[in-house]
Ligand binder design. Structure first.
Ligand SMILES: Nc1ncnc2c1ncn2[C@@H]1O[C@H](COP(=O)(O)OP(=O)(O)OP(=O)(O)O)[C@@H](O)[C@H]1O
Length: 277
């Protein structure tokens, strides 16, 4: 009988990936990925288009099987326990989820569906679920939208609802896959302030933010994983893993990392091979 992941091992890391390799046909999508997310850490994954970020997320959530290597969540390894239990420990917010939300579904029901890791949920809501969902919507600053249908919500509101939805299952890891895409500059700042508030919450799950934009790395993010062509080129505490040198190697273009008022930025230096100028 397969072991249940419902009772997490107290000392295990939140996530551990070792020797992960993913091949499809002749293509090596991920190669020799070894990565560990410990309790209390919040990570950013950065890298150019096609470097393997989405594939890595899909391997973490059990949606694709690696060619070799292991992925474990809270000490439980895919293949050795029920993957549905493991998946419940990982919340994921991605724009691809948006197409699966029924257009007429009120926000509060979208949030409640997260508790059961289901979309288009057809059950009678309990009072306790409604209370919990409303609390999360209020935390996300959108309590007033609880009864508004998905169809009429803005992109920023939808992203907050999907985060509240993910939190309904009390995940230990929350993956935010390009959560700012489609947001205008002001909406993006408000949204980042919300992420920062979430990260400072006592019961916050470990966050993994996937982005192309260093400006979206808020001060709560502690660690970085930098990818290039399916391989890790740097990982560790933000200050050492995310530098002009590692970004230049990742994006194959000369880049300088700037820091102003606690926010990161990029400058293209205009020198060297593959300069954008
Ligand atoms: N099933 C597959 N078969 C063949 N190649 C694939 C498959 N899935 C992904 N790839 C390739 O693997 C590479 C990594 O894709 P992936 O979507 O993980 O990149 P990404 O870093 O998320 O890119 P982006 O930033 O553009 O979203 C790409 O070159 C892609 O074409």
């Amino acid at each position: 009988m397969k072991k249940s992941a419902a009772t997490p091992a107290k000392t295990a890391p939140i996530l551990e990936v070792s020797g992960l390799r993913l091949e499809r046909g002749q293509t090596v999508i991920l190669d020799d990925i070894a990565w560990r997310v410990a309790r209390g850490q919040h990570w950013v994954i950065l890298g150019p288009n096609g470097c393997g970020k989405t594939s890595l997320l899909r391997a973490l959530t059990g949606y694709i099987s690696p060619t070799s290597g292991d992925v474990s969540v809270l000490g439980h390894t895919y293949g050795e326990c029920d993957w549905r239990d493991l998946r419940l420990q990982i919340g994921i917010v991605t724009t691809s989820l948006q197409a699966s939300i029924p257009p007429a579904e009120p926000a509060i029901e979208t949030v409640i569906s997260g508790k059961y890791a289901q979309l288009d949920l057809w059950i009678k809501n309990t009072r306790a679920d409604e209370t919990a969902a409303l609390k999360l919507l209020r935390f996300a600053g959108i309590g007033h939208l609880a009864r508004r249908e998905w169809l009429y919500l803005s992109q920023g509101e939808r992203q907050r609802i999907l985060i509240a939805r993910a939190l309904m299952a009390n995940p230990r890891l929350l993956i935010l896959d390009e959560p700012c895409s489609g947001l205008d500059p002001v909406a993006r700042e408000h949204f980042l302030a919300f992420i920062e508030k979430l990260a400072r919450r006592r019961a916050c799950p470990a966050l993994v933010l996937v982005t192309h934009h260093v400006e979206e790395i808020t001060p709560a993010i502690t660690h970085a994983l930098v990818l290039r062509a399916g391989k890790i080129i740097a990982q560790g505490p933000l200050a050492t893993a995310l530098t002009g040198k590692t970004l230049s190697a990742s994006f194959d273009s000369p880049i300088r990392l700037t820091r102003r008022a606690n926010r990161l930025g990029l400058q293209f230096t205009g020198r060297g091979k593959n300069s954008v100028f």
